[in-house]
Structures are given as C-alpha cells and as structure tokens.
Write a protein that binds this ligand. Structure first.
Ligand SMILES: Nc1ncnc2c1ncn2[C@@H]1O[C@H](COP(=O)(O)OP(=O)(O)O)[C@@H](O)[C@H]1O
Ligand SMILES: [Mg+2]
Length: 224
C-alpha cells in the first residue's frame, strides 16, 4: 500500500541543517496497523508528515496508494491527500473558519463523496461525543475536542492511509481509549494506519511496532 525508500528530510540549511529523517526504508501493507515509537526528537512527526503528504522529502521516494507522491506538484499532492489520506495531527489541519461539522463535510467532499455529507459528518461527530458541538468553530473547542473532530473526520472518510500523531495526547485515558478504538475500526475497511505514540499500551495493539532513533528506523526485533 505504501513503500518509502531511502527517505530523507533535512530541516534548515548550512550550519543549522538537521537531518530529521535519515534514509528510512518502510513498507506498509493494506490494512496494516503500525505504531511508530521512539524518543522525543527522533523524527517521528517528520516521518509522519512525509508519509501523509503534508511535507516533502529532501531525498528518497514514496509510492502510496499507487502514486509516486514525492513527484507530485503542490496541487496534485493536495488532491491526492484529499482522496487517500486521513490526518490526525496535534496542532493543525482543522480549518479555523469552518465549524466542526463543516471540517468533516469538506473532507468528505475532497474524498469524492457526493451525497449525504452532512448526515455522515453528524454521525461521526456523535460517535466521538461531540453531537452537541457540531456548529462550533475550532477556536470554540478545547484541544481535546479539536483532536476528536480530527478523529471523526478520519473515521467518516475511511481513508486508504491514516497517519495519526499522538492522536489521544490531549485526551484523558478513558476518552482516549474510546476514540482510539474508533480509529482502529478503520482497519476493517482496509485503511492502513500509522500512529505515533508514547504510550506502550496503545503501541501493543499494533500489528507491528517501528522504532525510530536519530532519524533512523531500528531493525525489527525478531520474536524468539
Ligand atoms: N518544522 C521544523 N523546522 C525545523 N526543524 C524541525 C521542524 N520539525 C522538526 N524539526 C527537527 O527535526 C527533529 C525531529 O523532530 P520531530 O520529527 O518532531 O521528532 P519527534 O516527533 O520524534 O519528537 C528535531 O531535531 C526537530 O527539532
Ligand atoms: Mg512528534
């Protein structure tokens, strides 16, 4: 479903240049659930952004959902994202001028869904406990509520690829487990899920745990 080769992302230039992702090879199958773990600053969020097509690699290639996404121009990449990717990142990707419901409806539109968008948005927001707040702007929601809007959006769209960066980081334990369970249900629709976490209990539900250190992926431990 996704194959990244020799993926590299350098932030900054000259003396300040920093290689956040350093020659990563990664292959993900359809419906596979992968937890991306590692110390703070090891490059997890940078790698997540590259896989989701919200950032571009300095070098290397990514084939995802049948498309060589590192070679797309900005418009093509935005279109590809709309069709194929769900993004649950901590601090962006809700549009500030749209209500919770409109954020979900727009994602459905970009995904090519022609009808029933309002009802689907309402149902998804209900599922994450935001039935009473569908008409609020992101600025009128708490961090945890905004995170749940992003989760509702991903669940409604049923993307081919979901990239989630600490998707329950702003939520209390019980709410986090409940909405994370909803994200995992996307597995049944064939969604490939990559989630970044610090939480060993969440990582345990993944099919595979990928560990990053200093921008590189550690060789996978072989079960004995
Ligand atoms: N937008 C950015 N601009 C410059 N440097 C960045 C940016 N994002 C991340 N970095 C740097 O890249 C490295 C990896 O960061 P990040 O991918 O956020 O790691 P993690 O998610 O594992 O904590 C860090 O050294 C960080 O300072
Ligand atoms: Mg991070």
């Amino acid at each position: 479903m996704l194959e990244a080769r020799d993926l590299t992302r350098v932030w900054g230039k000259g003396d300040a240049a920093q290689t956040a992702v350093d020659g990563v090879d990664l292959a993900l199958g359809r419906g596979e659930v992968v937890a991306l773990v590692g110390p703070s600053g090891s490059g997890k969020s940078t790698l997540g952004g590259l896989l989701a097509g919200i950032d571009r690699p300095t070098a290397g290639s990514i084939v995802a959902a049948g498309t060589r996404i590192d070679q797309l121009d900005d418009d093509e990449l935005a279109h590809w994202r709309g069709r194929h990717v769900g993004i649950v990142f901590q601090d962006y990707h809700l549009l500030p001028t749209l209500t919770a419901s409109e954020n979900v409806e727009l994602a459905l539109k970009l995904n090519g869904q022609r009808r029933g968008r309002r009802a689907a948005a309402k149902a998804a927001l209900y599922e994450v406990g935001l039935a009473e707040k569908t008409h609020r702007l992101p600025s009128q929601l708490s961090g945890g509520e905004q995170q749940r809007v992003a989760i509702a959006r991903a669940v409604a769209v049923q993307p081919d690829l979901l990239v989630a960066d600490e998707p329950t980081g702003s939520l209390d334990r019980a709410t986090g487990e409940a909405v994370f369970g909803q994200l995992l249900e996307l597995r049944a629709t064939g969604t490939t899920i990559v989630f970044i976490t610090h939480d060993d209990e969440l990582a345990r539900v993944a099919d595979r745990v990928v560990r990053m250190v200093d921008g590189r992926i550690l060789p996978e431990a072989v079960a004995s």
